[in-house]
Design a protein around this ligand. Structure first.
Ligand code: UT7
Length: 335
């Protein structure tokens, strides 16, 4: 018997947003900034902060929300892949902690570290596992507790980041109309110096000195990263349209990583997309790193805007540098 080819498609979504809100007014009280500067330079109004847990809690709660919405039990999950740059620990990996917290007793899994592009990279990996025919239910989590590595004395960076978790379920389908169709993924380690956490790893282990010099926080040369991000994200988003013969009419949604509204606008412009076709929630949550893209998918699906059959392009840019775009056709029945 010849095995039928299967395609990997998203069949479930879930998210978790901490209750505590940090608005721009709050930042006016802790650093020299203004609501006006933050809004015009970034598009961010508010972001969330988790007070009762770590990244695995953001991730686990997102998966539990997904399971509840699917009426599915955790034992059914074959594999979990967690995209994060803020693991609870160096080891064990955050996936093990999520697995234990949700009771996914039959799952294996691992973490993917690719900063803001990690959800895309994890989704690509998960699609491969599903398309191999070996795994039927693979959960991809994007979760980051960015407030744990944010320096609240650094006005350049502290206003940007927030905490969130979101997850999608990938399953096989024999229907070639739906699922993950294509991707263009890139890495370039020369970007290292512009966006990194300098200390705490094997290159510069933690010491009294590294703590004193505030080297365990996000270090970012914003202007340089901005330039690379605008070009990188716009290029791959345009290329994937060309490669798949998609016009701007054909694309229903761009789902961009939410780092800066100006980067998002530049990407949409390059693709020839109107604003109405761009998923945006940066105003409410800021940059939640690996969670931004799945968080958009959950919100836009649940509010009825993301519909079955929609051509969707995901795009991201992050530390490394890492970047990429992924084309999928949404296959979940409309809410
Ligand atoms: O997600 C991973 C990838 N990361 C990104 O994509 C982030 C990319 N970068 C950015 O989004 C932007 O570069 C930032 C939002 C971080 C900064 O915006 P910018 O327009 O590039 O501003 P800048 O860094 O060039 O700073 C302009 C001015 C500076 O003052 P001077 O030197 O011109 O006097 C900064 O000191 O704005 C000042 N500034 C602020 N002023 C008020 C920087 N941060 C603030 C602040 N409030 N929070």
């Amino acid at each position: 018997m010849i095995d039928k080819r299967v395609f990997a498609t998203i069949t479930g979504v879930g998210h978790y947003l901490p209750e505590k809100v940090l608005d721009n007014k709050y930042f006016e009280t802790i650093v020299d900034t203004s609501d006006e500067w933050i809004m015009t330079r970034t598009g961010i109004k508010e972001r969330r902060m988790i007070e009762d847990g770590a990244t695995s809690d953001l991730g686990a709660r997102a998966v539990l929300d997904l399971l509840k919405s699917k009426n599915m039990s955790p034992e059914e999950i074959d594999c979990i892949i967690t995209a994060t740059v803020t693991p609870d620990y160096f080891f064990p990996n955050t996936t093990c902690l999520i697995q234990q917290k949700i009771g996914a007793v039959n799952a294996w899994g691992y973490d993917v570290n690719a900063a803001c592009s990690a959800f895309l990279f994890a989704l690509e990996s998960a699609a491969g596992l599903v398309e191999s025919g070996k795994y039927k239910k693979v959960v991809v989590v994007g979760a980051d507790k960015m407030t744990s590595i944010t320096d609240y004395q650094d006005r350049n960076n502290c206003i940007l980041f927030g905490d969130a978790g979101a997850a999608v379920l990938l399953e096989p389908t024999e229907d070639p109309k739906y699922g993950i169709k294509d991707s263009i993924l890139r890495i370039d380690g020369t970007g290292r110096d512009f966006l990194m956490m300098k200390a705490g790893g094997s290159a510069m282990p933690a010491s009294e000195e590294t703590v004193k010099n505030r080297l365990h926080y996000i270090y970012q040369e914003g202007k340089s990263v901005f330039k690379f991000a605008v070009k990188g994200m716009a290029d791959v988003s345009y290329e994937i349209m060309q490669k798949n013969n998609l016009t701007s009419e054909d694309v229903a949604w761009l789902v961009p990583h939410q780092a800066n509204l100006r980067i998002i606008d530049a990407t949409a412009q390059r693709m020839g997309l109107q604003k109405e076709k761009v998923m945006i929630n940066i105003d409410k949550y800021g940059n939640t790193t690996a969670a931004t893209i799945p968080l958009c998918l959950v919100e836009y699906y649940r509010n009825g805007k993301l519909k079955k059959g929609d051509n969707v392009i995901l795009a991201a840019f992050g530390a490394g540098f890492t970047w990429g775009s992924l084309y999928l056709v949404w296959g979940m029945d409309n809410v």
